[in-house]
Design a protein around this ligand. Structure first.
Ligand code: FAD
Length: 297
């Protein structure tokens, strides 16, 4: 039976939920099912009850996600403000559930005097999304600090893995199993240094160079080896170029902003134009970093 017809008794399940409410681009058609678990038990129950053939999409803060205009035919599992435990052991080990905002990890690590976690302040997503993307900023990358992760399977079974169980690279994480992240244990060095001002300075620098505050997904393309996607896009003359409501940011050419009424089709058309133009002019194939899901509207 398709998710569309099946009703669930679990509180926290919504039907035909507009995904534009849950992505930083503010774009996206409706998800058949949208589920925000209150805890792991409820998450396991939901997974066990879900029809085996219903596609599942995990969403954190939707800050790297383009949901197409036709929406998602399946179940979205939302972790933010759901899987929210954040603790530490006083010796640099930090346990964070998937729905914890990365900025919260950074802020608390400053308070706990743990070094090198400040890069999380630059990632407007969740721990789950950061694990899935190997998100990085200011020279730090998520998996550099992972000691172990907990995942959940489609059957609701929780398992623990170490980084060696995954294929990890720049903005790339692959696992032979189709499981999702529910938590991670990070390991940071302890320090006596004052770190709060460091985060502030990094965020000020970022605000100067990026269109922070406008609906976007951050960098749309990975940087190709030895170059920068933003440089190639700008040199192709596409800075400020728009298709419908989607525009290459005049401030940072690797950002596409929603100027108000952008559709996912506008964004995808602009992505395709950028790839084509950069390939023609520089013979470089830009690989999108953003994840695309759902049906064409
Ligand atoms: C203004 C702005 C600036 C940004 N700057 C940076 C930056 O400096 N560096 C950087 O790396 N990124 C940056 N990003 C992109 C984005 O914040 C990161 O990729 C982030 O890690 C995505 O987290 P999320 O929770 O929003 O994930 P989502 O966008 O919700 O999901 C992204 C992908 O992860 C999957 N996913 C989410 N949760 C889980 C889970 N628990 N288990 C398995 N898969 C999961 C989703 O299915 C999807 O495929 C920026 C985005 C914006 C809007």
């Amino acid at each position: 039976m398709m998710a569309r017809q099946r009703r669930h008794d679990i509180a926290g399940v919504r039907y035909d939920e507009p995904m534009s409410r849950h992505t930083s681009w503010r774009i996206g058609g409706p998800a058949d099912l949208y589920f925000k678990p209150r805890d792991r038990e409820e998450l396991c129950q939901f997974l066990q009850e879900l029809d085996r053939d219903t596609p599942i999409l995990w969403v954190g803060l939707g800050s790297n996600l383009l949901i197409r205009d036709g929406g998602f035919r399946g179940a979205v599992i939302a972790t933010h403000q759901a899987l929210g435990m954040l603790t530490h052991d006083n010796h640099g080990k930090v346990y964070a559930e998937a729905g914890v905002a990365c900025a919260k990890v950074a802020k608390n690590c400053v308070r706990w005097k743990y070094k090198d976690a400040h890069f999380f302040a630059g990632i407007p997503g969740t721990v789950g999304g950061a694990l899935a993307m190997n998100a990085g900023a200011f020279g730090g990358e998520t998996w550099d600090f992972v000691e172990s992760v907990e995942t959940i399977s489609r059957e609701g079974e929780v398992r623990t893995y170490v980084p060696a169980d995954f294929d990890i690279a720049y903005r790339h994480v692959a696992s032979p199993r189709s499981e999702w992240f529910v938590a991670a244990t990070f390991s940071f060095e302890q320090t006596e240094e004052e770190l709060a001002s460091e985060i502030k300075q990094l965020l000020v620098r970022r605000k100067e160079s990026q269109p922070i505050g406008l609906p976007s997904c951050g960098s749309v393309f990975r940087n190709p080896e030895g170059d920068y996607a933003a440089r190639l896009i700008e040199a192709s003359g596409l800075k400020g170029h728009a298709i419908g409501g989607a525009q290459v940011s005049p401030k940072h050419a690797n950002f596409i902003i929603n100027t108000g009424e952008a559709t996912a089709a506008d964004v995808e058309a602009l992505i395709a134009l950028i790839r084509h133009t950069v390939s023609e002019k520089f013979a470089r194939d830009l690989i999108p970093e953003v994840r695309v899901a759902g049906e064409v509207g």
